[in-house]
Each structure stands twice: as C-alpha cells, then as structure tokens.
Design a protein around this ligand. Structure first.
Ligand SMILES: Nc1nc2c(ncn2[C@@H]2O[C@H](COP(=O)(O)OP(=O)(O)OP(=O)(O)O)[C@@H](O)[C@H]2O)c(=O)[nH]1
Ligand SMILES: [Mg+2]
Length: 268
C-alpha cells in the first residue's frame, strides 16, 4: 500500500493511524458524502437484508437489469429515495458504469446486491479515501479479510490473475477479482471504463494504475451470497479479465468525462 502525501499533512498524524484519521474526519465534519452503487439482477431476497444496512450512506443508486422477481418494488418500499436505473441485462460492468454516472456523492462505493459484502466495512474504505487514496479496493487476502464464497477454481483463477496483474502493472495487490471497491467520484472520468461484464473490476484497477491514481487495499470478508443464483461464469469471465489486463497495459485510459468536484479534493 502506498502512503500518499496527505497522510502526513493531517494534524501531524502519522501513517497507520487510519482510525484516528477516521475520528478526526468525523469531528471536523469533513466526512465525505457517500453513494452506494448496487447492480441488481433478480436479488429481491438479498435486498431485504442489504438495504436496511445501507441506512448510513447518503445515496443509494440501484442499477437493475430488468429483474422479474420484484426487485424494484422492494427497493421502492425499503429505500424510497433510491435512484433507480433500469437497463437491459448487459452485464455487471454496464450496470456499474451507469451507476457511477448517476451517483452524486463525493465517494462512490460499489457493492453487490447479493448480501456477500457487509456494509459495515464501508467506513474503512472511506477512511482510506480520506487519507488521500483515489481508489480503495477490498481484499479477501489481506490480514483480516476472507471469503466463505470462493470455490477452489475461482480461488486459483483469482490467484493467477492477481499475480499476472502484479507483473504487468508493477503493483503488489493481493486480490484482483473482487467487486467491493470505493472511489472518489472525481476519479471516474479518468478511468476510461468500457467493460460490460465482470471484468469491470479489473478494468477499474488497472486503468487507475495507468492513469496515475492512488490505490489502496483494505481487508474485506466476503460472505456466501444469501440466496439466488450467481451470474458469474469462472471460465468465460476469467478470460475476459485476462484480455482486459493484456489489452489495457498498452494504452492509457481515455479520459471520458472531465469533472470538477467542488468541496472535495480533485483526484490526481
Ligand atoms: N444490473 C445488472 N446487475 C447484474 C448483472 N449481472 C450481475 N449483476 C449483479 O452484479 C452483482 C454481482 O453478481 P454475482 O452473480 O453476485 O457475481 P459474483 O459475486 O461474482 O458471484 P457469487 O460469488 O456467486 O455471488 C450482483 O448484485 C448481481 O445481481 C447484469 O447483467 N445487470
Ligand atoms: Mg456475488
């Protein structure tokens, strides 16, 4: 994990003092606003668990792939102020890109609808953004992280893809293919996101490197999806991750939408 300059600027506090930063940020009322972007495809049961636990975030953006199980009715009931985007089920990546464009808070947190990611961890992600990082990615392999959900084949695939990313992009990540990620909204335009499928998480991370953004990992525990079916296909989506990594190391990401964020430090 890199130490950004701002870590040394805040009230004379030093590296490793993430919790102190968190306290200080809250005391100074400088805690950023947070949008949760939640892609949904037939997740009605899981949303009954997730949405009440997102009461602490300022904004919830649901990007729904035309679910047929009452997902949107449940959203309207449990989170009437949620922004809802309906789109054809083109994949998780297309959903996340739409959600990022619709979000209005300082910090965006991408979180699955299936109940595998605990909203209690959001503050740890945001604390690191407050320390100066642009992107904070959850890791199931940091000390304190873990997974109840990874099968042997997914675990092996993720390990090799993470190692390859480390070699290709000169980083020391522990977990590449995991979708619990926080980012400054001001960084979205610099990421040049184009992926439609599950490779979006990889595209976001590797493009952040080529764009010169500051990335940290934070421990995260992944639970089993609470109910319903996984939409991920390890072989097909693993290949898409591989192609994304190989292709994008040669090109700096296109700057899609330049943004200025008044009141919250510009990424860069
Ligand atoms: N809007 C939309 N959401 C999607 C689409 N595909 C997947 N999702 C959502 O993206 C999130 C991640 O999908 P999952 O099927 O849980 O994938 P996963 O977490 O890798 O797989 P599991 O570990 O088995 O849960 C879930 O909230 C899905 O509902 C899609 O085409 N459109
Ligand atoms: Mg899942």
């Amino acid at each position: 994990m890199h130490e950004p300059d701002s870590l040394h600027r805040t009230n004379g506090m030093h590296s490793g003092a993430v919790l102190h930063h968190l306290d200080t940020a809250r005391n100074r009322a400088s805690w950023p606003t947070v949008s949760a972007v939640v892609p949904t495809l037939n997740e009605v049961e899981n949303l009954r668990w997730l949405l009440p636990r997102l009461s602490g975030v300022d904004e919830v953006v649901i990007v729904d792939g035309e679910s047929g199980d009452g997902t949107l009715e449940t959203v309207r009931l449990l989170r009437p102020d949620a922004i809802i985007i309906s789109q054809a089920p083109m994949g998780k990546g297309a959903a996340m890109r739409a959600g990022f464009q619709a979000a209005t808070s300082d910090v965006i947190v991408a979180i699955d609808a299936d109940g595998s990611m605990d909203p209690k961890e959001i503050d740890a992600f945001v604390a690191l953004i407050c320390c100066g990082f642009d992107i904070v990615k959850g890791s199931r392999y940091c000390v304190g992280g873990g997974s109840d959900d990874l099968t042997l084949i997914r675990r092996a695939g993720n390990l090799w893809l993470t190692r390859l990313a480390n070699v290709l992009y000169g980083v020391r990540w522990t977990d590449l293919c995991y979708g619990y990620i926080a980012l400054r909204r001001s960084a979205v335009g610099r990421l040049g996101l184009e992926a439609d499928g599950f490779e979006i998480e990889t595209e976001l991370c590797v493009n952040a490197i080529t764009a010169g953004l500051r990335i940290a990992e934070v421990p995260s525990h992944e639970f089993d999806r609470r109910s319903g079916e996984s939409k991920l296909n390890a072989r097909r989506d693993g290949l898409r991750v591989l192609r994304t990594m190989m292709r994008n190391r040669r090109t700096a990401p296109r700057h899609v939408i330049p943004r200025y964020e008044p009141g919250f430090e510009e990424a860069g």
